[in-house]
Design a protein around this ligand. Structure first.
Ligand SMILES: Nc1ncnc2c1ncn2[C@@H]1O[C@H](COP(=O)(O)OP(=O)(O)OP(=O)(O)O)[C@@H](O)[C@H]1O
Ligand SMILES: [Mg+2]
Length: 439
């Protein structure tokens, strides 16, 4: 509970955390040194200095008391840098001291200890001179002592130096830290891009551990690329080898005047279409280059293509005419798949385009039966056709359509969402595409 709360306050980025790890010890050292320094050293030294000055002061005061006059000590005063005069020109204001004068506290308390009969100490009127009043047999006396004889001059210099050096070294280490973290960020970027199907240039750099992770990532990326390649090769090989005999079969059937031939030709055509779907799936769309496209144009083309297949789609375009970076053939195929699905189950279909700062969304809605909530995840998996009953007489299919669309959404840094259509009552399929953010 408490650990969790502390966690919320800690920085989330590696950079922030490393900075914290760096900063905390430096700060702690500075604070500890400051406290110890002020308390021990500083107070001790001040006390010692006051005690040695007190010897001189006490000696002079003794002389004054014995002679009952200031005259005999005139010479000694000058040599000892002390100034003793009768208290006629100064009022009693009690102890006075500037708030920032840390050593002043010690000076006052030490004077009271080492010099008998001190009445008040004034450190405020002059910062260069310590003035204090003492009682003596010839009346109250004022004693002036140069401040640098009772406390260390410029005591803050060490602290200022320490803080300054601390800041400078921290800044330098920040710069080094940045350099150390850059390779990790570069690797993260390469991995993220690969997740979207882009292969960006990446060479492992930096510390051994980061480099090892980078090498492992490259190995993994190469292996996945090889596998995709093999899958494509295999499927396209099979499709190609099957297509030739199918074409021959179709030709032979169209020549024959068998009454069953028409149905058989349709079957063969269905098989050819299935092969095409397999090929599409296997090929993937990661190889296509992205280009800047007006999303409304893609939607218009998709609607026109649907019309050629006697499917009626009402279109509502995005109000803004902006270009979006995407793979046009892949997105067109995704729209084709969604509209094709809708056309199989419904007679009213709508396609709408909406464009925001961060994403482009195509929404295909229909008035068909929709997909029950629990089946939506499953429907997006490859080779899944849900219950056969609903698909009867709905044409051939292998159950790849939605998974291809989901794949295309993923390679665009987006997602395919299935839900209920509020306007038409059937399925609502949202194809979200992330717009590239400027880094
Ligand atoms: N608009 C829709 N309305 C109702 N059910 C749908 C809709 N779209 C898809 N489905 C259901 O989801 C299943 C999976 O769809 P998907 O597009 O992946 O495969 P398919 O259309 O059967 O085959 P393919 O697209 O590969 O020809 C379909 O079989 C169907 O049961
Ligand atoms: Mg389909």
């Amino acid at each position: 509970m408490i650990a969790k709360r502390i966690k919320n306050f800690l920085p989330r980025s590696l950079y922030g955390r490393a900075a914290l790890i760096l900063l905390v010890p430096v700060l702690v050292v500075q604070i500890v040194v400051t406290i110890v320094f002020v308390q021990r050293n500083f107070e001790g030294v001040t006390r010692q200095m006051v005690s040695s000055v007190a010897l001189d002061v006490n000696f002079l005061l003794n002389e004054v008391a014995e002679n009952s006059s200031l005259k005999p000590i005139q010479n000694a005063q000058e040599r000892l840098q002390l100034n003793v005069r009768p208290m006629s020109d100064m009022a009693d204001n009690g102890n006075q001291q500037n708030w920032w004068d840390v050593s002043g506290i010690t000076v006052i308390s030490a004077l009271n200890v080492y010099v008998p009969n001190v009445q008040w100490v004034d450190l405020k009127t002059s910062t260069k001179v310590v003035t204090f009043a003492v009682r003596s047999p010839i009346g109250p006396l004022i004693v002036g002592v140069p401040r640098d004889r009772v406390s260390v001059s410029n005591p803050h210099q060490l602290l200022v130096l320490m803080i300054f050096v601390g800041i400078v070294t921290t800044l330098i280490s920040f710069a080094f830290l940045r350099n150390q973290l850059r390779p990790i960020r570069r690797m993260a970027r390469a991995a993220e891009a690969f997740g979207k199907g882009q292969v960006v240039d990446y060479h492992p750099t930096g510390a051994i551990e980061v480099r090892a992770a980078g090498d492992a990532f490259l190995d993994m990326r190469n292996r996945i690329e090889r596998q995709i390649e093999q899958r494509t090769l295999m499927l396209s090989g099979v499709s190609h080898d099957l297509r030739t005999p199918l074409t021959r079969l179709r030709l032979a059937l169209s020549m024959s005047d068998d009454t069953e031939a028409g149905a058989m030709v349709r079957d063969v055509e269905d098989m050819e279409r299935l092969l095409d779907t397999f090929l599409d799936y296997a090929r993937g769309d990661a190889l296509e280059k992205t280009s800047a496209i007006n999303p409304n144009d893609l939607a218009k083309t998709a609607v026109e293509n649907a019309q050629k297949l006697q499917q009626v789609v009402s279109l509502s375009e995005a109000s803004k005419e902006q270009l979006v970076d995407l793979r046009p053939i892949a997105v067109a195929r995704a729209l084709g798949n969604l509209i094709g699905n809708a056309a199989r189950f419904a007679d009213e279909i709508s396609l709408s385009v909406s464009l925001s700062e961060r994403s482009l969304t195509y929404i295909v809605e229909d008035n068909g039966p929709g997909i029950p909530k629990n089946d939506r995840e499953t429907a997006m998996r490859p080779f899944i056709r849900l219950d056969e009953a609903r698909n009867q007489n709905k044409g051939p299919g292998v159950g790849l359509g939605l998974s291809i669309v989901a794949d295309i959404a993923r390679t665009h840094g987006g997602v395919l969402l299935l839900s209920d259509s509020e306007t038409l009552g059937g399925l609502k399929a949202e194809l979200v595409i992330a717009r590239r953010r400027d880094e």
